[in-house]
Ligand binder design. Structure first.
Ligand SMILES: Nc1nc2c(c(=O)[nH]1)N[C@H]1C(S)=C(S)[C@@H](COP(=O)(O)OP(=O)(O)OC[C@H]3O[C@@H](n4cnc5c(=O)[nH]c(N)nc54)[C@H](O)[C@@H]3O)O[C@H]1N2
Ligand SMILES: Nc1nc2c(c(=O)[nH]1)N[C@H]1C(S)=C(S)[C@@H](COP(=O)(O)OP(=O)(O)OC[C@H]3O[C@@H](n4cnc5c(=O)[nH]c(N)nc54)[C@H](O)[C@@H]3O)O[C@H]1N2
Ligand code: SF4
Ligand SMILES: [Mo]
Length: 689
């Protein structure tokens, strides 16, 4: 830093926008000595009550992203074939005029539902995610159910507890038994780990339940490794033992639950021996798990998202939520179930205002599931999608069944616009690419889902090049379309204030964070009252029956899974999980210095599956099924059990010699309810190349 810049350097506080539970606070040092402010440094904000000054390996290098040579800085129009990635620079005016003309043409010919906005939580800030909905409500376009991450967990838990509300994960500090069930905390939720370690220092035991021996499993006191998608059998056997051995809290169960007798009868047949055959966990281990869960208090189960990605994903969480009730865990501080706390932070947001739902003016848009993009882009949808508008998302890399999506976006009659920071796998197929700001270039608020501090993000620098934030983009589009409703043009502060009616926004901006409402005694259900129809935890659910689902927690094996007809051709189950400390979904693998030791994707498999196929460590293999075929080097490891292989997810097509990605292979069958998708129920075969 030069002397001049040191004297004019200013620190601006902000918050991470990534779809990550930690929503860390940061400080950006900005040099304001020149004509354009320059961000010199980004560090964790030491005062942030949750992240306490630490960011993570990926965001420590965030400024490399901001100032990357690969940033999209101007509107671009496609000049090559779709997918080729060749573009020419155009002005904003030309881009907006062209988009508006094409959209009006599509609306006039096929109706507004022939246009589909497609987004997820690439930037999960309040305005970045919510404000664009005003525009799409005005259009009355087809809408996507954004359920690729999380809603299925909530849907499952809600069937048991009547609400998606669960424990604040920081309450784990008070726990004596911590079961990390289908969550890779040290990788995906790293700022919670110190709390877990603090509880361990006070005598807590840590159990990890995961089909993969993850970095979190390596640090557990006990690791249990079920076959993926089979945990419901494991849970039913745990219930069997709890009830058989009288380890339930009979008084609490009597006072606060519904259907215990039916549940008890139902799990009689789920002996540990029977479950062991299904889930591959020794019967003695199931006995031990049930015994410690039934005797150690306070006991917490911590889960996040990973286990929802199976056909039975919603039932996984419906069943999991029954366990705390059986042992009366909700009575104790530090007892119960901890998952996303998004519903607590969401409670301060007025969604009707944020998303301008009145702009629908009584029209009912068509809703489709985002995970079914492959099918939606095929011409069979009525009306067919003619206009695709993507922002905050990279579907050609993150959505299952990518090769079929690719066929869809290649359609000549499809007009595609992508608002992005980089030419992603998706942007390559755009007719028009619009430049997006990064989080340090736009002011916004981040409602977190891993802690309870609503966090302010102040823009630290001007937008790079001609990039615009999501809210500014949709103000410009609304004007280009000729719309006049005032709320389409609200400035950011006006929209923030209106969307957070109970929050002192000036205070939030001054301090950087405010805590959202949560029970003072730390216990979300301390009174034992649950907002189900019965007011109790429902082991038996009439609501599920009404949806055509079993009333009681029930294990159903996936249609694409071991033991099925398909498994005769494709005997290995493929998981494509988050894996890399320097990746955040699809957002960093293309940046230099983020691949780390692993300069590209690979297939991980156990020694037995490798040797039976004549595969040695490092050898190039072909992983294939009817959806696609990938060439990757093999890595023989002891982290997976026989029958399970894994391609760590996050690399783009440019990292694969055949131009495909891990999701080229994955299953886009939806979960039985809850709108999620079963991309981990994927069968493949692997052959030496
Ligand atoms: N096989 C497999 N598939 C998966 C998963 C998996 O584990 N395995 N995980 C699933 C999960 S949990 C999720 S959440 C999804 C994530 O899928 P995505 O949401 O698509 O992934 P991200 O990389 O978080 O963000 C997408 C894009 O948003 C862009 N972006 C960031 N900020 C802004 C902004 O302010 N404006 C605009 N316009 N763009 C911005 C980034 O440049 C990035 O390219 O993937 C899902 N798919
Ligand atoms: N470094 C890093 N951090 C991230 C992300 C990232 O890409 N990189 N992504 C962010 C996002 S969008 C999200 S949603 C969160 C997700 O946070 P998590 O839910 O913690 O992470 P996942 O890797 O999706 O899944 C957690 C674990 O679930 C396991 N799992 C899958 N199927 C089953 C099953 O049937 N049974 C059991 N018991 N376990 C199963 C997986 O093997 C995995 O280890 O992480 C966030 N944090
Ligand atoms: S990606 Fe997650 S851990 Fe990293 S800085 Fe952002 S919120 Fe924190
Ligand atoms: Mo996610």
């Amino acid at each position: 830093m030069s002397t001049a810049s040191r004297t004019t350097a200013e620190i601006v506080s902000g918050s991470c926008h990534h779809d990550c539970p930690d929503t860390c606070g940061w400080h950006v040092t900005v040099d304001r000595s020149g004509p354009t402010p320059v961000a010199l440094q980004m560090r964790g904000n030491p005062d942030h009550p949750y992240s306490k000054g630490e960011l993570c390996p990926k965001v420590n290098k965030f400024l490399d992203r901001v100032y990357s040579d690969e940033r999209v800085l101007h509107p671009l129009r496609r000049v090559g074939a779709k997918g080729e990635g060749r573009f020419e620079q155009i002005t904003w005016e030309v881009a907006l005029t062209e988009i508006a003309a094409r959209f009006h043409e599509i609306i006039d010919r096929d109706g507004a539902e022939a246009i589909m906005p497609y987004s997820d939580a690439g930037n999960q800030s309040l305005l970045a995610m919510g404000f664009p909905e005003r525009f799409w409500n005005r259009v009355a376009a087809t809408r996507v159910v954004r359920a690729i991450c999380g809603p299925t967990v909530g849907a499952g838990v809600k069937m048991t507890n009547g609400t998606t509300k669960c424990l604040d994960p920081l309450e784990i500090r008070h726990s004596k038994l911590i079961v990390l069930w289908g969550t890779n905390t040290k990788l995906t939720n790293r700022h919670l780990w110190p709390t877990i370690e603090a509880a361990r220092a006070d005598g807590a035991q840590i159990v990890v339940i995961d089909p993969i021996r993850t970095m979190t499993a390596d640090d557990a006191d006990w690791f249990i490794q079920p076959r993926p998608g089979t945990d419901i059998a494991l849970m039913l056997a745990v219930m069997h033992v709890l009830i058989r051995d009288d380890l339930t809290d009979r008084q609490w169960v009597r006072d606060h639950t519904l259907g215990f007798d039916e549940l008890a009868a139902h799990v009689t047949e789920w002996t540990p021996q029977r479950a062991a055959a299904t889930c591959g966990v020794e019967a003695a281990d199931i006995e031990r798990l049930a015994t410690i869960y039934g005797t150690i208090r306070p006991a917490v189960i911590r889960t996040l998202v990973g286990a929802e990605h199976h056909e039975n994903g919603a039932m996984f969480f419906r069943t999991l939520a029954c366990l705390p009730a059986l042992v009366g865990a909700w009575q104790d501080r530090g007892g119960g179930l901890a998952r996303s706390v998004g519903v607590w932070s969401g409670s301060v947001v007025d969604g009707n205002v944020l998303e301008g739902r009145d702009l629908l003016a009584g029209r009912q848009p068509r809703w489709v599931n985002m995970s079914r993009l492959a099918e939606i882009l095929s011409e069979t949808t009525n009306p067919p999608i003619r206009g695709l508008f993507v922002w905050n998302c990279n579907p050609l890399m993150i959505t299952p069944n990518v090769e079929k999506i690719r066929a869809g976006v290649m359609r000549d009659d499809l007009f595609t616009v992508v608002h992005e920071q980089f030419i992603t796998d998706t942007a390559r197929y755009a007719d028009i690419v619009l430049p997006a700001t990064t989080q340090i270039e736009a002011t916004d608020v981040v409602p977190p889902w891993g802690h309870l501090w609503l966090s302010w993000n102040e823009a630290a620098i001007e937008p790079c090049g001609e990039s615009v934030s999501n809210s500014e983009l949709f103000r410009r589009l609304a004007k280009a379309m000729g719309y006049t409703e005032p709320e389409l043009f609200d400035d950011d502060l006006t929209a923030i204030r209106a969307s957070l009616p109970g929050i002192d926004v000036d205070e939030l901006r001054r301090v950087g964070y405010v805590r959202v409402p949560y029970p003072d005694d730390g216990r979300p259900f301390g009174d034992g009252v649950f907002p189900t129809a019965s007011g109790r935890v429902e082991f038996v659910s009439e609501a599920l029956v009404a949806m055509g689902q079993p009333a009681l927690p029930t294990f159903v094996a996936p249609v694409e899974g071991p033991g099925t007809v398909l498994a005769e051709r494709y005997p290995l189950q493929l998981m494509t999980p988050k894996h890399h400390t320097r990746f955040l979904n699809g957002s960093y693998s293309h940046l230099p210095g983020h691949g780390g030791r692993e300069s590209g994707p690979f297939l991980e498999l156990c020694a037995a599956d490798a040797s039976s196929r004549g595969i040695t460590d490092g050898q190039c293999v072909r992983v294939f099924n009817d959806r696609g075929s990938l060439e990757v080097p093999a890595r023989v490891s002891d982290r997976l059990r026989p029958g399970l292989v894994s391609i760590p997810w996050g690399w783009w097509s440019r990292h694969h010699p055949d131009g495909m990605v891990a999701n080229s292979l994955t299953n886009d069958t939806l979960t039985e309810w809850g709108g999620g998708v079963a991309f981990y129920d994927t069968l493949v075969e692997v052959a030496a190349h």
